[in-house]
Write a protein that binds this ligand. Structure first.
Ligand code: APR
Length: 232
């Protein structure tokens, strides 16, 4: 069975009504990113940070997986499929994908500021004064700007023997996640699904499908099955 890595970003959840990051003039849902998504912000104003992520959590819980999330699940019938996502929502999980690695954390979890243990958040809110078992404040389980990305090591390992890499809905502007293209073998087939990518991709091995995720993924699935039938 061929191994597929699907690397997703905010664009795949756009059709579920969750805004992307870089289509909004540096503002994220009307907040300045530095004031809500950095370790400095957490030290300066934890209540604002918690409020911001409480709003994001509410929004995620209202959203539903869209056709793109659901179509990715079907790949599992034919391929050993791994989703590596930069998204903090749980839409891949709710769609039914079985192997998912979150690089930038998960909005529905909290994390201990004492020892990094994570917990499911009951309901929508994480409050100032909510403590872990060790009596330390709980923070959102989010990798903020300027923080290390611990799951990048696992991502690199998963990519090492990939046959196919599919990149969907990411500007590839945040590192180290954007290094994903360097981790797959040289002979790995590479595809990008994004309606706004226009630049000629310097690596000629990358096939660009210039469509929204919901229309691009079926096109891609067709290309893959045509290739499979030729090689059989
Ligand atoms: N289908 C596919 N792609 C889309 C769609 C769609 N319907 N709508 C928009 N896009 C594309 C945009 O063209 C853009 O290339 O999705 C991409 C979104 O890019 P960003 O907003 O930069 O999001 P992302 O790449 O996921 O950001 C990476 O940055 O803010 C941090 O930690 C946060 O995980 C996030 C990281």
């Amino acid at each position: 069975m061929k191994k597929i890595i699907v690397f997703t970003g905010a664009g795949i959840s756009a059709e579920s009504g969750i805004k992307t990051f870089r289509d909004n003039d540096g503002l994220w849902e009307n907040y300045n990113i530095e004031e809500v998504a950095t370790p400095e912000a957490w030290i300066k104003n934890p209540k604002l940070v918690l409020k911001f992520y409480n709003e994001r959590r509410k929004q995620v819980l209202k959203a539903k997986p869209n056709k793109a999330h659901l179509d990715l699940v079907k790949l599992e019938n034919k391929y050993d499929t791994y989703i590596i996502t930069q998204n903090i929502d749980d839409l891949h999980e709710r769609a039914g994908s079985s192997k998912i690695l979150h690089l930038h954390g998960e909005i529905l979890k909290s994390r201990s500021t004492f020892n990094n243990s994570t917990y499911n958040i009951e309901g929508t809110k994480l409050n100032f004064g909510d403590l872990c078992e060790n009596k330390s404040q709980l923070r959102p389980d989010i990798v903020w700007f300027g923080e290390a990305v611990p799951n990048m090591i696992k991502a690199e390992e998963l990519c090492n023997d990939a046959d196919i890499l599919i990149i969907i809905g990411t500007s590839l502007s945040v590192y180290p996640a954007a290094n994903i293209l360097d981790y797959v073998p040289a002979n790995c087939e590479k595809y990008i699904v994004d309606p706004n990518k226009t630049e000629s991709l310097s690596d000629k091995n990358i096939t660009l499908i210039q469509k929204k995720a919901s229309t691009g993924i079926p096109i891609l699935a067709k290309i893959l099955s045509q290739k499979d039938s030729i090689s059989q």
